[in-house]
Design a protein around this ligand. Sequence first.
Ligand code: PLP
Length: 468
Amino acid sequence: MTELGDASRSVLDRLRTYRAADAPTHGGRVLSYVYDSGSAELDELAAQAIRIMQPVNGLDPTTFGSVAAIERDLVGFARDLLGGAEEVVGSVTTGGTESCLLAVKTARDLWRAGGGEGTPRLVAPSTVHAAFFKAAAYFGLELDLVPVPASGAVDAGALLVRLGPDVALAVVSAPSYPFASLDPVAEVAAGCVEAGIPLHVDACIGGLVLPFADSLPAWDLRVPGVTSLSVDLHKYGYAPKGASVLLHRGRERLHAQYFATTRWPGYPVVNPTLLGSRSAGPAAAAWAIVQALGVDGLGDLAVRTLAATAALREAVDAIEGLRVVGEPVGPLFAVAADEGVEADARVDPHHWADAIRGLGWQLQLQPGLVQADGSRLPHTTHLTVTPVTEQVLPELTRAMVQAADEVRGLPPVTAAEAISALGGDVTAVLAGPLPERLAPLLALVEGLPPEYTERLLVRLLAGIVEPV
Ligand SMILES: *Cc1c(COP(=O)(O)O)cnc(C)c1O
């Protein structure tokens, strides 16, 4: 190792230089992507757990019994917290997207096994996470989106009328990512039971917080008819990225999730998840955190996060020209322009987000959307609140007020303005550095045909990682 001494130092220095350009992962200044428990001790615990598991291959829990033990404990923990009885089983995946993909793949395979032929449908509210768009695309389902009212929560009846023999799975969120809307899980589940159609509850973001919130209608595995549920450990389980749990009601569903083949000259492949060889580190880190915190520790962090969320919502309510969208549930919410006041008193949420960014805070801009029935969901700015947020509440609130004052009355950017700012050529975004202000970029996303914007964004993102 000695001969590596200088090289190690210098490569790690380079890595630190790369990292220095990142958005800050700690300190509460980025209100999406990162879930900061605010505890350096928990971060260190996770790091040590990863270190211990570093050489292990999560591919084979028979060779590496530690992987089986960790998964057993994590699935058991999630099942108990989320109201699952003995018939609930599941597996640990690498993230929310993988959990959602596998819920869809499982449902598709069971639908086919039950005699389904042709293209199955996946029925979900317009607010469902994009992971289900990906799942439909990957696994050959037609995504049938149910428009939602202004509250963001789907109307159960509007979803249930779409059920039919070609529906392989219905999905609802607890809560949704864009607006933190809690879909009517029990009503939808009752209709699904009647129709004999499985129902997935996407609790990726809410699953470890909602159990500690007051007076919510039932939304988890206590509801009969919920056949699978996803919950992310790398969100409000504070684990490093790469850990989520997918629970199924009934072993038959879990078995349908697996891929197995003995028809090649190599080792028998029996995989519950998409990857083959995989890291056991993030799952081990999640395990360590869950073991150390227990339900009480997680609950304490959740309650503090919910209190910080309530304080921020109140702050938004007090800002003229802004409003909180719908009736958000859990540690997140979206902010829209208040159409109830005169245009010159309104605050465009994207200009607001750009102004806050100038003050050192990163909120997430979300485009507006015209739904299938022609109704419009407004463009918004999203805040995901974490335990660390309580430490920065006064500062953040001040920034929110100041940013609103800076941009009040400024009309939203139109797609036409955004295009002319690019000299009339949208592809100019590919040439320059990423724009300082995001409002014009979001205006393009909202205003141009999605097929076009999606291709453009692919070129932009692929370009970023091209070797020079
Ligand atoms: C985060 C999230 C997902 C996807 O999870 P990733 O971990 O980012 O892959 C799915 N559904 C909801 C509601 C989420 O918030």
